[in-house]
Design a binder for this molecule. Structure first.
Ligand code: ADP
Length: 314
């Protein structure tokens, strides 16, 4: 079966003043998928997403969304997409229902159609019972859910979300993740940026990992994990991490990556090599004592660590 391409991005570039935030990235988004955009703060996720959402202009590259060229037909693109921005776009002083109704009416919905769209959107995010209340009485998580209802009430084919779960309670967070899956079941395509790996693991069909303005990996969860499946990472907590040096560890046969972070030495090695004792003795030879040890199985975190030498955590 031919998979439809909803978004095609080629060599996308964007700078702020002299600083390159997005450095010539290319990717595609396929119909009906949830694409997780993962990366640490500052990776360039928001910049990329805001360009796709037509709210920021790119310097270079080409973008096609829903068959329209971004440069020539931004207006048509805008009608077909739903944008959930990081900052809330709701009105605190008017009822939840009125908020959603206002945004849906901007897309030409009237009368019963409009009512139906508003009801469905509020039900999706679990706020239909609170439709008569003003957002100023809502928790942060509820406001975010209302923000989503406003963005999707017009039934967009493509929904773009920028870190929709930052800083909210776990219940609202789960609710939002469930809503995203429901939207996909109803046929929408979703691009979703986050720096929470567990969210991406839970809901994404495919993942793009960004770091420092570039795409450093792309694939399904399984494909990304396979990259590091034949390896294991040991994490040693050290009493004197400042004495630790990575050089001698790279001499051990099978060791592929050594990263010192938060007082822990993370050492990645091929599983096939019988080198554990040698690793331990190299660490102790440097004058450090090992206080505890754990092994980390392949996860997106290890993929990220492997690719960048950095942790995704803030
Ligand atoms: P992310 O969403 O992954 O956290 P951003 O796209 O927000 O990343 O930022 C990418 C880089 O661009 C960062 O270095 C950030 O400081 C910089 N940046 C983002 N927005 C602006 C802006 N309006 N002016 C100047 N620099 C910016």
């Amino acid at each position: 079966m031919e998979v439809s391409k909803i978004v095609t991005v080629k060599n996308l570039e964007k700078s702020y003043d002299n600083k390159k935030a997005v450095k010539g990235i290319s990717f595609e988004v396929y119909g009906g998928e949830i694409l997780g955009f993962l990366g640490p703060n500052g990776a360039g996720k928001s910049t990329t997403i805001n360009i796709l959402a037509t709210v920021l202009k790119n310097d270079g590259g080409e973008v096609n969304i829903l068959g329209h060229d971004l440069k020539k037909e931004a207006k048509l693109i805008k009608r077909g997409i739903g944008i959930v921005p990081q900052d809330l776009a709701i009105y605190e002083e008017i009822e939840a229902e009125e908020n959603v109704s206002f945004f849906a009416s901007l897309y030409g919905f009237r009368g019963k159609d409009l009512k139906d769209r508003v009801k469905e959107a509020l039900e999706l995010v679990g706020l239909y019972d609170r439709r008569g209340d003003k957002p100023k009485t809502f928790s942060g998580g509820m406001k975010r859910r209302l923000n989503i209802a406003c963005a999707i009430a017009h039934n967009p084919k493509l929904i773009i979300m920028d870190e929709p779960t930052v800083g909210i309670d776990p219940q609202s967070r789960n609710h939002i993740l469930e809503s995203i899956k429901t939207l996909r079941e109803r046929g929408a395509t979703i691009i979703y940026s986050t720096h929470y790996m567990e969210e991406v693991e839970a809901i994404s069909d495919r993942i793009i990992i960004m770091n420092e303005g570039k795409i450093i990996a792309e694939g399904t969860k399984e494909e990304l994990k396979k990259k590091v499946d034949d390896e294991i990472t040991y994490s040693f907590a050290l009493d004197k991490p400042n004495k630790f040096e990575d050089k001698s560890l790279y001499e051990v046969d099978g060791v592929t990556k050594v990263v010192l972070q938060d007082g822990e030495a993370n050492i990645t090695t091929k599983k096939s090599k019988d080198n554990f004792n040698e690793i331990i003795s190299k660490i102790t030879q440097s004058g450090c004592r090992i206080e505890s040890m754990k092994s980390i199985e392949a996860s997106l975190e290890t993929v990220f660590l492997e690719l960048t030498g950095k942790s995704l955590r803030d």
